[in-house]
Structures are given as C-alpha cells and as structure tokens.
Design a protein around this ligand. Sequence first.
Ligand code: AHR
Length: 496
Amino acid sequence: MLDTHLTVRTDSPIGTISPRLYGHFAEHLGRCCYDGLWLGTEQTLVPTYGGFRKDVVDALKAMPVPLLRWPGGCYADHYHWRDGIGERVRRLGLSCGLQVEDDNTLGTHEFMALCRLLGAEPYLAGNMGSGSVQELCDWVEYCNSGLNTSLAAERVANGARKPFDVKLWGVGNENWGCGGNYDAETYAREYRRYATMLRHVDTTIELVACGQEDEWNLKFLQTNQRWLNLMDHLSIHRYWIHGGPELNFTDEQYYGLLSEADETEDFVKRTADYVMDALGTSSHRIGIALDEWGVWHPEARAWGPDGAELHREPITYEQAGTLRDALSIGVTLEGFHHQCNVLTLANLAQIVNVLHAPVMTDGAAMWVTPSYYALQLHLPHIGAEALPVDVTHGATMPGSSKGVSAVTATASSTEAGVAVTLVNRHISEGASVVVNVAGMSRVANAGLLAGDSPRAVNSAQDPDCVKVAPLNVGADGAGLWRIELPAHSMATVQLA
Ligand code: AHR
C-alpha cells in the first residue's frame, strides 16, 4: 500500500481554468461526424435532435463539451464550406488517407445547431491547403456579418437570422504535412496574408496559426516577428503513440503511456516559452492551442514507429478505450491546470468513435468509455481557479525518470469550495492518501473511477464495466482528508 501525503495550497491560485481547455474535436473522419453524431433527418431507427443522435448528444452534454472544433483535422484543408449550405454537394471526403463519399448534409448550419444543443462554443478550422483567402473570408462573413450583404442574406435565407458570431478560426491545419507540406517560412508568409484579410472582415475573431514541433515554431515566429499581433493562438498537436497495444500492453507500456501523457505539459510549456521570447515586451498575448491531443493506438493507425504492424484493416481510426487511457487523461489535465495561464484551448481527439473517443456507437447502441468518466470527474474544475498541489510524502511512479509521484493530484477552488482530483498511477499498488486542504468542513461529493484491470473497457455488451462509483472520504480533522485509492484509479473529492 502506498502512503502519500498531499497539500493543496489554497492561498496560491495559479489562474483560471478556462472552459476552452475542456474542448473536443469532431472531424469528418471515419464514423465520428457521420454515424457517430449525425444520422440525418430521414432515418427513424435512432431518436435524434434534428438529425443528431439524441443518446450521444445527451451523454456529451453531461460530460460536458464547452468547445467543439470542426470540420477537421486534415479534412479541413479539403473542405469547401459552400458544399455544406443550401443545396448540398457530394464530394470526396479526404482525411488521413481515407477517401469517402461525403454528402455534406452536416454543414455549417447543422454544426452550429449541434453546438447549441451541447452548449459548446464553435471553433471552425479553415481551409488553407486547397482553398483561398477569399473563400475563408467569405465563410467568416457568412457566419458573422450582421450587415446587409449577399452572404449574410444567404445565411438568413438558410435559416439563421442572427449571425453565428464564431470567434475561433483556424488558418489551416497541420500545414507542415497534410495541409499542404509547407515549410515554416512559406506558411508564415501565407498565414500573414490570410490573417490580415480575415481581420478586415471581422476584427473580433481570434485566429489560430498552425504550429508543430520546436524548429517549425521558432522559424514561424521569427518569420512573422513583426506581425505577431495577427495571431491569437498557436496550434500544436500531441498524440501519444508509444504505449503499445490498445489492450494487451505490458506493465512497462502502461507506464510508458502515462509518461507520454505527462510530457504533454512540457511540450505546452516549451512552446509557450518560445512564444514569450518572440513577444518580448509586447503586451499582445498569444496562447497555446493544443487543438488535437490524446492517445493514438497502433491498432487505429498505419503510421508511427511503435506497433504499426498491429493496425487493423480497413483503417477506421477506431480503437479500444481502456481505463489506462482514462488515467492518461487525468495525468494530462493536471498539466493543463498547471499551464492554464498560457494554454488557451485544447481539444481531445476525437469526440465520438474515432481515436481517444469518450463516446462510442454501434448501430443503435451507444456507450461511454472510461475516458468519458475521467473527463466528467473534472467537471468541478471547469471555470475554477487552479491550485497547486504539493506531494509532501509518497513513492515514485515505477519507471519514471523524472521522479514523478505514483499518486498525483490537481485541485481548484470556486465559491462552493475546493475540488481535488487524484490519480493513483501505480499499476498494482493501492494508495492510502492524506490530503491537506485548509478551511473546508465537509465532503460535498466524492466519486471513484476504478476497475479490476487497467485494461478494462466498456462495450455495447458490457457498457458499465468501468464507471464512477461513490467514494468514502475520512475526515482526520485539522483540514486532513483520508482517501483510499485502488491501484490504477482516479477520484474527485469536492469539499465545501
Ligand atoms: O485526428 C486525426 C488526424 O490527426 C487529424 O485529421 C490531423 O490533424 C492529425 O494528423
């Protein structure tokens, strides 16, 4: 049994945890948008809200989904928004090596309706790869203009009297790769042109530039040094691909995935440092947009160094989501909270069926993955003030070269009290944890996500194998709370 002592520093808030850090990503890829979210208005087998699966929407609402990025991904750089308004155009749906028939019945108006249903802020990824500056300017005008222009009138005629007022616009996606194979300098110049023209159309929008790894980011920032005010967020992506098989991973691979998840924070911080250096004394702010993140198991991909031979044919980008994947979410969110002053938005990839999905469907069946519960356990932190948590006593996670504690936690405060989410990363040892939180007098709520094995999954046949259960919290007095965490588990305690 691991003996761990944690102290929540209630007097040293880090910053506000923006709801945008709990964003999601819906791409026209595999069965994410079509089938997972959108069934259309003509079928009658599965109940829908105007074409969106009711069961999926209801589950997502309760997760929740504060921000939703669409329509890609790589798909965005082939997407022509006019195909998805009024009379629909059937076009090749192209993303990640797949070629499908896309009837474009899920277009701009439908996506906005989905955001309204979910209570999500929309984030549109624009086409730089095969589109034009004018095409993207027109999409912004169509969505956001309240003036009497032909484009705005067309939006009204298509059913939306009020502008959609979309704030977040991505200028391309992964333009160093699928979005045009640009080099950093060429993308930087192209970005400048797009951003200048887009800002003329709507001065209130926030523009997201495409970043990558360190070298690209540095070159991009240097090339655009004089025009940094044309950028509000720099996008980076992080997929963990070294965790071995989705289900039959070894103990070493278990810890490997959690370590990769941990390093996501370092990547965010490093990128933020480059941005700070580039900005120097400027008062302009550029946030880091981690607008795709999560685990990408070898079964779901045909690329990557580890286990590519395990991929399933045909490639669907679907994978089993285990309790291990859920714990990796907890680990990553700890980092998001630490970096909440520089990380301005983040989108788990992807929202239904594809990659690190919290919700899965199969015909009329719908179930949620352990990762869904991991996100839901973090609900009390959304919009709260992040608090530092010190590990004052505890064992190190096996295999951690950085000396990371086996039990870690993140905390936040609101007027209602303090919430603490803990992760016991140890694969086989339970933990007896004492958490010191000053000034709280009672437990308002406590839930535990645990399972017999870190390889446990939910499925259509066994949807409740892994789910949140009530947790007993002992009060030792003087602000000390005692929690027993099983091996490979996560818990949230809300104190009032
Ligand atoms: O999420 C799947 C793909 O991963 C996205 O389309 C792309 O941006 C990334 O490479």
